[in-house]
Design a protein around this ligand. Sequence first.
Ligand SMILES: [Zn+2]
Length: 143
Amino acid sequence: MRRVKYFPEVMEIEAYVYTAGPVGTRWLESLRAGKLTAAYCPRCGRLFLPPKMYCPFDFEEVKELREITPIGVVETYTAVERDFYGEPLKERKVLAFIKFPGVEGGLIHYVRTDKPRVGMKVKPKWRDERKGLVTDIEYFEEA
Ligand SMILES: [Zn+2]
């Protein structure tokens, strides 16, 4: 029988320290302004998330972010009830992969709901005080 190995550490999603890069920085600034944007490729016209400097389909340089309608759809999710040490969390956390109509890719973020489901429409709950972080969206909630 194989034993599962793990590192008792802060979850990566809560510990990013990488620079965001030029396009990522602009994306985070749009979050601070309370707007959800996606990278726009001038060659193929696709919108995609997370934003990248180059289109993942044709490698065209991304120079523009476009605001998108912040109503997403839960593509898949998981519910977390225990921490890395096996201790129960104060409240269950739902993490979901959220897609936005007309946008390639999507975002992984918290969804606050008692009954998560695939296909659920969600909208962001913005923090009042925003810092230019993905956590400026405190969580998504049913739209
Ligand atoms: Zn493209």
